[in-house]
Write a protein that binds this ligand. Sequence first.
Ligand code: ATP
Ligand code: MG
Length: 243
Amino acid sequence: MKKIAVLDQNTIDKIAAGEVVERPSSVVKELVENAIDAGATAITVEITDGGKKLIRITDNGSGMDAEQVPLAFLRHATSKIEKVEDLTHIASLGFRGEALSSIAAVSQVELITKTPSGISGTRYVIEGGKEQSLEEMGAPEGTTFLIRNLFYNTPARSKFLKSDMTEAGYINTLMEQLALSHPEISFKYIQNRQVKLSSSGNYSVKDVIYSVYGREIAKALLDVSYENDFMKIEGFVGKPEFY
Ligand SMILES: Nc1ncnc2c1ncn2[C@@H]1O[C@H](COP(=O)(O)OP(=O)(O)OP(=O)(O)O)[C@@H](O)[C@H]1O
Ligand SMILES: [Mg+2]
């Protein structure tokens, strides 16, 4: 029989990271959800080369104090729950405390963040799970993440990625879904220096539909609104010509 070995921490972390971060769009999803949880009203997502080379996400949310920053990158470290009972009434998108540690394990991460009450901002660099630097830096309120060279230290996963165009396509779809489901947030999505999506954050779903699907489709939609004692439905349906 083969011997059973207990894996070392580095191997454990890389396996765990693979469950959260499958491709560039997973990174975008996790970081945008963090920005939403941080109360951001404006989020900018910028990618180059399908997100394989660079993903930059900027939000105007709560930011993090310097001493919190290294903690955010530890596994099972979260500000969103404290105890097991909290699991029954989760009000945030994240709660596992897994995303940042997973992303940092398989990429080169730079973070710049500042809280409203902080005197200065913080810049933090972590690559392949190893802290490189933590320093004070002037910064606007909110948080910017730069994720460079995803899977640079896991060539097997890197090979599994599709073409830049296909990976960018996954991110396009994700950004459309995020914008449509959060009309209260102003999103800007830039792909290879070109603005692909921009929403105003004025709470109007119709306006986001206009930004995502264009004028023709937005014009041809009919409002749906229904309420009874048990439920409330709101949305839009397309006229048959758009079916
Ligand atoms: N953009 C951000 N602005 C402010 N704080 C942030 C931001 N991103 C992450 N954080 C802080 O870092 C912590 C760790 O983030 P991470 O995404 O790893 O875990 P989580 O969101 O709590 O859970 P999950 O793994 O389910 O996403 C968060 O709980 C939050 O306190
Ligand atoms: Mg998260």
